[in-house]
Unconditional design. Sequence first.
Length: 132
Amino acid sequence: MRKFTGSISTIAILVIMSTLSARAQSNATSSKNLRHVVLFKFKDTSKPADVKKVEDAFRALPGKINLIKDFEWGTNNSPENLNQGLTHCFFATFSSEKDRDAYLVHPSHVAFVEILKPHLDKATVIDYWAGK
């Protein structure tokens, strides 16, 4: 076993520096956001009421699943015509991949998918850690 030959104040400084470093790393991790971006194209046979039902069901998820840190949604209005038929964007934020993974199998999300399935033509999903 090696003996430390430094003074008590040196040990105290090392402990403080280690603690501050750990807190800084923890704060950096906790301030990151995992974005879950979902884009939908609905079937041509789906009526506006069907699409509204899907919108309402997705918008209700943050009230049912507390793992969702933030949520927003909207419909495409880009003049570039590059959306490939995708019309709806839903944007959920999670604190961790663990939270996102739990959300995916949550009974409320599973029930939402059942509402969506009959009307879904195409979906694109992208998850990423937000950077600045």
